[in-house]
Design a protein around this ligand. Structure first.
Ligand code: UDP
Ligand code: MG
Length: 330
């Protein structure tokens, strides 16, 4: 792995971004020049734009840019698949072509200069560097409130996410290769990357306003992403159902004892006690059993993802060479 002067790919997902791309593309290229001049990256580094099935002029702008400057490269998805998928396409297509990647949105909201700190961390030995927003002053109150609640809720539901980190992130080639072993289709990158492991750190930056165009993440998409994040990363909701079922079963047991007591002391009308007992018993037992079945479904769900069971980050020389062939006994 090249830690001295790595070849960098800046991966930029774009969906209907004709308004902002002509402004931000030169900014990415300037940053690439700056990183090269300061000896942080190799001259062969690239900006890779991923057109996510845009319906406007985004792809033709990318093509024009790549004709003007060979450091601009582009790939285009056959249709719109969403931000997470566009970043994934860029990461996967970078395999074998570079030593390190940085993914960043194309709207200029994330501070491009944080890349310098990210690369310094990479050169110092980190394989993943998370870009974390130091404040959300430029966001509207609603955006800030929903976004921060989103991270807190995700964490409480068992998804390991870095607070206030979106998808502005440096990843080394070996992390991307290890990540390519995660074959799941429901993607929530900021929850999945921490699962891959390796040495990681964070750099902090101020988030700006969008330079032009409009956000593609209204509230309903945020809620869908949160739901996707929780259900893709955690089976904790199922555990909550099981616990709820257990509590219901215990409460119904207490209910049954109380009903029997009422019946024995003659405070009931004929037929009430038996009916109420059956209702309590069935309610409690059913919700508990549903939770137990859910636990098994949760296990099946995790198995179907076929996630790698282990990922190595280091090994001693002999282990790197691979196993020696056993002697043929004949
Ligand atoms: N994006 C994408 N596909 C989509 C939606 C968004 O590739 O279906 C890109 C978009 O072009 C931008 C990034 O994802 O580069 C983040 O989107 P946006 O800025 O609209 O989200 P926000 O910053 O408002 O959460
Ligand atoms: Mg944005």
């Amino acid at each position: 792995m090249n830690r001295t002067c790595p070849r960098l790919f800046i991966i930029v997902p774009c969906y209907n971004e004709e308004a902002v791309l002509p402004t931000t593309a030169p900014m990415f290229l300037d940053e690439l020049s700056l990183l090269q001049e300061t000896g942080r990256i190799d001259g062969d580094s690239r900006v890779l734009f991923v057109n996510d099935g845009s319906r406007d002029r985004t792809w033709s702008i990318i093509e024009e840019l790549s004709h003007q400057d060979p450091r601009v490269q582009g790939i285009s998805q056959s249709r719109n698949r969403g931000h997470q998928n566009a970043v994934l396409a860029g990461l996967m297509e970078s395999i074998g072509r570079c030593d390190v990647t940085i993914s960043i949105d194309c709207d200029g909201q994330d501070d491009i200069h944080a890349m310098e700190k990210m690369l310094d961390e990479y050169l110092a030995g980190s394989d993943v560097v998370y870009g974390v927003r130091s404040s959300r002053d430029t966001d509207t109150f609603i955006k800030r409130f929903t976004a921060e609640s989103f991270y807190k809720f995700l964490r409480s539901m068992g998804a390991e996410v870095i607070f206030n980190h979106a998808d502005y992130r440096l990843m080394s080639a070996r992390v991307i290769e290890a990540f390519s072993e995660y074959h799941e289709v429901n993607l929530f990158l900021r929850g999945l990357i921490p699962l891959v492991g390796f040495r990681s750190t964070s750099v902090y930056y101020e988030r700006h306003e969008r330079l032009a165009g409009e956000s593609h993440y209204p509230l309903h998409k945020m809620i869908a992403l949160a739901f996707d994040g929780i259900t893709s990363l955690s089976t904790r909701p199922i555990r909550i159902i099981t616990l709820f079922g257990l509590v219901m079963a215990l409460l119904s047991l207490i209910g049954i004892l109380w009903i029997v007591l009422r019946a024995c002391t003659g405070h009931t009308v004929a037929g009430w006690a038996s009916t109420a007992c059956i209702v309590c018993f069935m309610g409690g037992v059913q919700s508990f059993f549903l939770g137990v079945i859910g636990e098994y479904i949760g296990k099946i769900y995790l198995e179907t993802k076929h996630r790698p069971r282990y990922i190595l980050s280091e090994c001693t020389d002999e282990m790197q060479e691979g196993p020696e062939k056993a002697e043929d006994p004949s």
